[in-house]
Design a binder for this molecule. Structure first.
Ligand code: NAD
Length: 274
């Protein structure tokens, strides 16, 4: 692909650091935005070691002022944003029920979190991180693209097609990200800004490993269920997202593609379970 200036949020994390390294390898200048500056800096150092051009910038995707400051730092370091990847996101235990299905016994068991026990702050945190964290970042960085055109890639999830049990706010937020992807694609079409999303299946990363593995490393029952519903019978590797990411970002390959959400999921979304 033609080298571009790329802004990636959540770039200190597992999936987006992989995207960042691959795009730097294509000659792109990459701004790595993360709330966790140390994590972003580690990725920037790794990219510098391989001869690439990257800068780490501290930013909170829920704080517009922090994003405006980050945009100034990005402009100074690499210039205007030409490609935006909205990668920051994830679930949190505060937005998670103990059981998959309603169980009246949970209501009187203080060890269990029923739907009724979920605090508004927990649900709001998860919803905001995934949806508002895409909305606000797009408001700040798409401004760079309105005269030149550009590409935006959002990160959806299997949740967006059908909600996963236990994580109602994360599911609703990713459904919103998917809907917003289509809305933005329509809205920005006259400005030649393409907007698409990738919907990863299941990949082991920082934000979900507590749900997938016990402290001693043995798989949780949820992992067994996920793998039994994934026809390819395994978790994905971050590198297996790269072909789709590059395709959706490259105007030569996908110049007429906007408003789509591409699953990369080992067959999870195609499988009825029977
Ligand atoms: P991760 O936990 O490894 O990375 C997430 C990164 O986002 C972290 O570096 C974290 O510091 C950063 N972040 C969190 N809150 C932030 C904030 N307010 N401002 C700025 N940065 C913030 O997780 P990951 O799985 O690599 O997640 C990347 C994206 O992929 C997320 O949007 C996630 O929802 C999505 N996703 C992941 C999977 C999976 O199976 N891992 C599946 C579908 C979608």
């Amino acid at each position: 692909m033609n080298p571009k200036n790329v802004v990636i949020t959540g770039a200190g994390g597992v999936l987006c650091s992989c995207f960042a390294k691959a795009l730097a390898g294509e000659g792109c200048k990459v701004a790595l935005l993360d709330r966790n500056l140390a994590a972003a800096q580690q990725v920037a150092d790794a990219i510098a070691e391989m001869g690439g051009n990257a800068c780490a910038v501290e930013a909170d995707v829920l704080d517009k002022e922090s994003l405006r400051e980050a945009a100034e730092a990005v402009h100074r370091a690499i210039g205007p944003c030409e490609i935006l990847i909205n990668g920051a996101g994830g679930n949190h235990p505060k937005g998670t029920t103990s059981g998959e299905f309603f169980d009246p016994d949970d209501l009187s068991n203080p060890q269990r979190v029923s739907f009724f026990d979920l605090e508004p702050e927990g649900a709001q945190f998860v919803f905001d991180l995934n949806f508002m964290g895409t909305f606000l970042v797009t408001q700040v960085f798409a401004k760079d693209m309105v005269e030149t055109g550009g590409v935006i890639l959002n990160v959806s999830s299997m949740n967006a097609f059908r909600p996963l049990t236990k994580i109602p706010a994360y599911s609703a937020a990713k459904a919103a990200v998917q809907n917003f992807t289509q809305w933005l694609a329509v809205h920005f079409a006259p400005a030649n800004i393409r907007v698409n999303a990738i919907a990863p299946g299941f990949f082991v990363t920082n934000q979900n490993k507590g749900m997938l593995f016990e402290a001693d490393g043995t798989p949780t029952p949820r992992t067994e269920k996920i793998l039994s519903q994934t026809p390819m019978g395994r978790f994905g590797e971050p590198e297996e997202l790269l072909g789709t990411v590059k395709y959706l970002l490259d105007d030569e390959m996908s110049g007429f593609v906007t408003g789509v959400v591409v699953p990369v999921d080992g067959g999870f979304s195609a499988y009825s379970g029977v």
